[in-house]
Design a protein around this ligand. Structure first.
Ligand code: BG6
Length: 520
């Protein structure tokens, strides 16, 4: 044995050198006046800058219709950074240095002339890389994606790799389509002007540290992966609950609902990472191949099977954390007779060798008692002898919970003997917490995603076939619900864990929801 390796040493292993060698890059943000830009994108870029992770030099150009100067836009962004930055205080000297790289280009997305101006702005730089290494962030309405990409192409700013655009990339925000057909159309439009390798479709859940850790947890440990199959797992529950209502986003939500807003993307992404087979390598395409394969193995739910496998819900007035919340139908920009779902619960089966017969329960909702995202893998109970025979239903079976947010961590629940002279058993918990192990460093998802896009690594982005396969899964559900009136069992008061029908869905197979717990 290598003498230098002490048995108990924490061997850490680097897959990179800790610092990417990034080429200088110009980032153009379409939708510069939008909420996402000031709340997420600029704070993320600022943090990357102060950590020294952005390439040197770099440029950020904001593109939008409103009349602004470089300085007035910078002032707006500085203001927003004060409110939304994850580090409480903003270092003014650093901000000045960062802001000096930011400029504003006023223009109309539909006007090819405006793109000529953008081209001039980009080319004015005397750094060759800044003129050719271009990242276009489409933080705009999905109805404008195709036109912007076409205008970029016509103005020569976005070329295919074989035509000189090897370093031209486009980041596309969600929602990517509203159903399979619209997603296919959008893909076809984008493909007219760029190659799949140049398109980075965002699902910000993939930028979360804990979501990335799912693959590390599964494939860098030998003890858990052996249990990860139908022989030992009884059911899996994936919960993404939110304790806020739709707030000011009623207009958007009326068009999307929880199915399109959360299930088609975030929940199915988490599910695919939890259930996929080991990829042949850690390369982007190997990982994405396995995710698509998994999504394809999900047993389709036909329209006439929706009622028995999927539950929708809509919140009525109620109280969340001591605060009164209005009914969804009374939110701003929501129709008073809206049938849009603010809650979805569903049971999926994965028809492959590993998971056949294991139910995967997915649920998400607004105005639930707690904001928490977690994956709970519930194991089968022990044979009906010894303790189980004596305890009847009172002996809990083991579970591993991957807590994605907040209070990020992983816990294993198993039974133990309560100390004392009597014979009493109860579940105990072994817990790994990110905070106590690594300190409170949890970078924003957008930081990681922007950095990966700058580096041209697509692992954390959604591939064309992936987005389409996900729509194929949810489309029949959306169609079955479309404008169908809600029945009494489909409402839930704000502050509760969803409609009664969701409990009945699990009861069909003798299961019950395990609600996330606040962890202090
Ligand atoms: C977004 C949805 O994609 O994700 C929102 O549009 C939702 O409705 C949000 O609130 C949840 O993200 P997070 O990171 O807060 O869990």
């Amino acid at each position: 044995m290598n003498e230098a390796v002490h048995l108990d040493e924490l061997l850490s292993c680097r897959l990179d050198n800790g610092r990417r060698n990034l080429e200088p890059c110009t980032i153009v943000i379409f939708g510069a006046s939008g909420d996402l830009t000031s709340r997420k994108l600029i704070p993320a870029l600022y943090h990357l800058f102060i950590e020294g992770s952005l390439p040197t030099p770099f440029r950020i150009i904001g593109f939008a219709r409103r009349e602004k100067t470089d300085d007035s836009w910078r002032a707006e962004l500085r203001d927003a950074l004060g409110k939304f930055s994850r580090s409480k205080t903003v270092d003014d000297a650093k901000w000045q240095e960062f802001a000096a790289q930011i400029t504003y280009c006023r223009g109309d997305l539909t006007n090819p002339k405006a793109f000529e101006q953008l081209g001039l702005d980009i080319r004015e730089s005397n750094n060759e890389s800044l003129r050719t290494n271009l990242l276009f962030y489409l933080s705009i309405s999905p109805t404008q994606f195709a036109e912007v990409v076409e205008n970029l192409h016509t103005s020569g700013l976005l070329q295919r790799p074989d035509q000189g655009g090897a370093n031209h990339r486009v980041i596309v925000e969600k929602p990517f389509g509203t159903d399979l057909r619209s997603a296919q159309l959008l893909n076809a439009e984008l493909m007219k002007f760029c190659h799949e390798a140049q398109i980075f479709r965002i699902d910000h859940y993939l930028g979360k540290e804990t979501v990335q850790n799912i693959l590390t947890f599964r494939f860098s440990n030998s003890i858990f992966e052996q249990l990860w199959n139908r022989h030992t797992v009884e059911q899996v529950q994936i919960t993404v609950s939110e304790n806020l209502g739709v707030g000011s986003r009623g207009g958007y939500y009326e068009e999307s609902g929880a199915l399109r807003d959360m299930v088609q993307n975030h929940l199915l992404q988490v599910l695919s990472l939890v259930a996929m087979e080991p990829p042949v390598s850690l390369q982007a395409e190997s990982i994405r191949d396995e995710k698509v394969k998994l999504l394809r193995s999900i047993r389709p739910i036909a329209q006439n099977e929706v009622a028995t496998n999927v539950v929708r819900g809509q919140y009525t007035a109620g109280e969340v954390m001591g605060e009164q919340r209005p009914a969804y139908r009374h939110e701003k920009k929501v129709a008073p007779d809206s049938t849009v779902e603010t809650y979805v619960a569903m049971r999926l089966f994965i028809d492959n060798w590993r998971w056949s017969t294991v139910p995967f329960y997915l649920r998400t909702g607004k105005n639930l008692p707690l904001s928490a995202s977690e994956v709970r893998v519930q194991f089968r109970s022990t044979p009906n002898v010894l303790y189980t025979a004596q305890c009847n239903q009172r002996l809990d079976s083991n579970a591993i919970t991957l807590r994605l947010q907040p209070d990020e961590g992983i816990s294993l629940r198993f039974n133990g003997k309560v100390p004392g002279t009597s014979m009493q058993l109860r579940p105990v918990r072994m817990h790994f917490s990110y905070d106590s192990e690594f300190g409170a460093y949890t970078p924003e998802a957008y930081e990681r995603l922007l950095l990966e896009a700058i580096a041209g690594d697509a692992t954390l982005f959604i591939r064309r076939d992936e987005v389409e396969t996900a729509w194929r899964i949810v489309d029949p559900i959306g169609t079955a619900w479309d404008r169908k009136p809600l029945n009494g069992k489909e409402f839930y008061p704000a502050g509760t864990w969803g409609p009664v029908a969701a409990d009945e869905l699990l009861a069909q197979l003798g299961h019950a929801w395990r609600h996330p717990q606040p962890i202090h």
